[in-house]
Design a protein around this ligand. Structure first.
Ligand SMILES: [Fe+2]
Length: 335
């Protein structure tokens, strides 16, 4: 398929190569936002991040994916006494300094939606990171060779041209496991609640900012592809939670609280989506669980890290995008 036209950008890093071509609607949205949004700023302290102001106290930190997969959002909520950074991406450039500048130096609480490379490799820039307990083993696998796959045998960038010196140096940091429903207090009763979802990753969790009435679902909802059922991944710690049935049960609990949520901010591409999209995603899950053969189309997919292509099935999330699943990832494994 023809490659997407580049988006004009002042970011320091430049795209060399993409993995799979990206969804046209997401690309058009990102092109419009990134080229014309009036709040967009790039600060000298971190030339790898476009900063957008989406609410009085909510910043979207857009950064390019260092491998060939889709570009990524981090979010910074500035509460009355503390700020919260949701995800750390690859940690390119001075991420901590940027957050401190935007928050006015408030204490920073760092959380992960899940432990995948594009959301958590920047954790080592911080002292302490919170995540759902099922993601802990994934974060514990991080090490000082984790960035090697971004470079070829000659040490050159493969997917994204950036200065290697701007990557963080891996060092151990404190990982704090928390359970479903754990609530962070950013001061003066400003609460953000972790809502465990599973699906995309064993501990993929959403964060509910109760004041802004915004839900951040990580990668369990995406305007490109919502890949929520690629499990069960035998051998991977907690891999049994990467299935549609588990995700559906958890999503239903969030949908039951839909009167607390106005907007949804996924970790890739289109954000500020009205919360009814969660009901639409739940409906897609229910149709697949009722009949896994009710997919709209099927396609082969390849991971940016290589390996054998695998077949995935796609079901429309009405009014939004598609949900991807594997047949073996539909139902929760039997105990
Ligand atoms: Fe991701």
């Amino acid at each position: 398929m023809k490659q997407n036209f580049p988006i004009k950008s002042e970011l320091k890093a430049k795209r060399l190569k993409w993995g799979a071509p990206q969804n046209f609607i997401s690309w058009a949205y990102m092109k419009e936002l990134r080229e014309n949004d009036k709040t967009r700023k790039i600060y000298d302290i971190n030339p790898y991040i476009e900063v957008y102001q989406f609410r009085d106290n909510l910043f979207g930190l857009f950064t390019q994916n260092c491998d060939g997969a889709g570009d990524v959002w981090m979010f910074l909520i500035v509460g009355p006494e503390k700020a919260m950074l949701i995800d750390t991406c690859f940690g390119l450039g001075d991420l901590k300094g940027l957050c401190n500048m935007l928050s006015g130096g408030k204490e920073l609480v760092v959380v992960n939606t899940h432990g995948h490379v594009d959301h958590a490799y920047g954790n080592c820039r911080f002292e302490k990171v919170y995540c759902h307990e099922y993601e802990v083993p994934i974060l514990q696998e991080q090490n000082d060779t984790m960035f090697d796959y971004l470079f070829d045998a000659n040490g050159n960038n493969i997917w994204l041209e950036f200065d290697k010196a701007d990557l963080p140096t891996y060092r151990p940091y404190e990982i704090v496991p928390v359970k479903d429903g754990y609530t962070f207090d950013l001061g003066k009763g400003y609460e953000v609640e972790l809502c465990w979802l599973g699906g995309h990753a064993p501990g993929n969790s959403g964060f509910l900012d109760k004041t802004n009435r915004i839900f951040f679902p990580g990668d369990d909802l995406c305007s490109d592809v919502s890949g929520v059922a690629s499990g069960p991944r035998p051998g991977m710690p907690n891999g049994q939670y990467m299935n549609l049935e588990t995700f559906r049960g958890n999503l239903a609990k969030v949908v039951a609280r839909i009167d607390e949520i106005d907007y949804v901010f996924p970790s890739h591409f289109i954000i500020n989506v009205e919360s009814g999209v969660l009901e639409s995603e739940l409906e897609a899950c229910d149709e697949i669980l009722a009949d896994p053969q009710s997919f709209d189309y099927r396609a082969m997919s390849i991971s940016p890290k290589g390996g054998e292509p695998s077949e995935r099935f796609f079901k429309y999330i009405k009014g939004f995008s598609v949900l991807a699943y594997k047949m073996e990832g539909v139902y929760a494994p039997k105990e």
